[in-house]
Design a binder for this molecule. Structure first.
Ligand code: PAF
Length: 259
């Protein structure tokens, strides 16, 4: 596996690379990322993983600074899954001085995460469009845990006529049900135990006649940002809570949904 840090070098490396699968990431890999690498490896001639903690999608600098980073470990894990190229640019490489062009997926970026993380999806859409332009993948891989992100990116790909397929793979969970997230390493054992209430509440809600009311009742005592039915593809019951200084998000597909 090659680690590449500049756009020029990456374009050169991908010149005759055939069918490319791209897995955009912010690093701190867990089984969820590995499942995306495996899917990309199974379907692509060349697999590129990007590793970039994108400042543009963090409204809060403290949140950006405490985001877990371990490039050496990430590189080993990616290589073991057959990733060919790890693209790990600096912030200046992607946002050079004078940068001022942003992608705004208007309606889908509002509500849910958009309410609590202003500007987040503008940062996500912009960096993903840049990565798609730089790597020119046939397919790009994302996790269903970030259901709103997947919906925003699908809309952007359709609206801007991007010539690629977006693959959204199921959420990978720990044995106890907690959705894997790079931020989970920031949880104390007590906060982790409290955070487990979120998947349990969402699963209980998804099986009930009143999904939102049932999930909210099960989350009583936790700091809840939202619980809502979201009409994405698939339709999901989504929620976000705060445990300690960490925010957890999760969603489960609703009855009748395709997934
Ligand atoms: O899901 C993520 O890790 C990020 O939002 C992404 C898609 C890599 C863009 O920075």
């Amino acid at each position: 596996m090659r680690t590449i840090r500049t756009i020029l070098e990456l374009r050169e490396a991908l010149r005759d690379s055939g069918d490319v699968g791209l897995v955009p990431t912010m690093g701190a890999f867990h089984e969820g990322h590995l499942s995306l690498f495996r899917a990309a490896r199974a379907e692509s001639e060349t697999v590129v993983a990007s590793l970039f903690v994108n400042p543009a999608q963090f409204a809060d600098t403290a949140d950006l600074e405490r985001y877990p980073r371990d490039e050496e470990r990430d590189a080993q894990l990616a290589e073991a899954e057959g990733v060919d190229v790890l693209f790990a640019p600096s912030a200046d490489e992607l946002y050079p001085p004078g940068f001022q062009t942003w992608v705004e997926v208007e309606e889908l970026s509002r509500g849910l995460e958009g309410t609590f993380r202003p500007g987040h999806f503008r940062g996500v859409a912009t960096v993903c469009l840049k990565l798609f332009n730089i790597v020119r993948p046939r397919r790009a891989y994302f996790g269903q845990k970030d259901a709103q992100q997947a919906a925003v990116l699908r809309r952007m790909a359709a609206d801007l006529d991007l010539d690629l397929e977006l693959r959204v793979l199921p959420t990978v969970r720990d044995a106890d049900g907690l959705a894997l997230s790079s931020r989970n390493v920031l949880l104390s054992p007590e906060d982790r135990a409290r955070g487990l209430t979120l998947p349990r509440a969402l699963h209980a809600g998804a099986a009930a006649d009143d999904p939102v009311g049932t999930a909210l009742a099960a989350l009583d005592g936790l700091e809840v940002d939202y619980v809502a039915v979201a009409d994405f593809d698939p339709r999901v019951l989504a929620g976000a809570v705060r445990v300690g200084s960490t925010r957890l998000i999760d969603n489960v597909p609703l009855e009748g949904a395709k997934q």
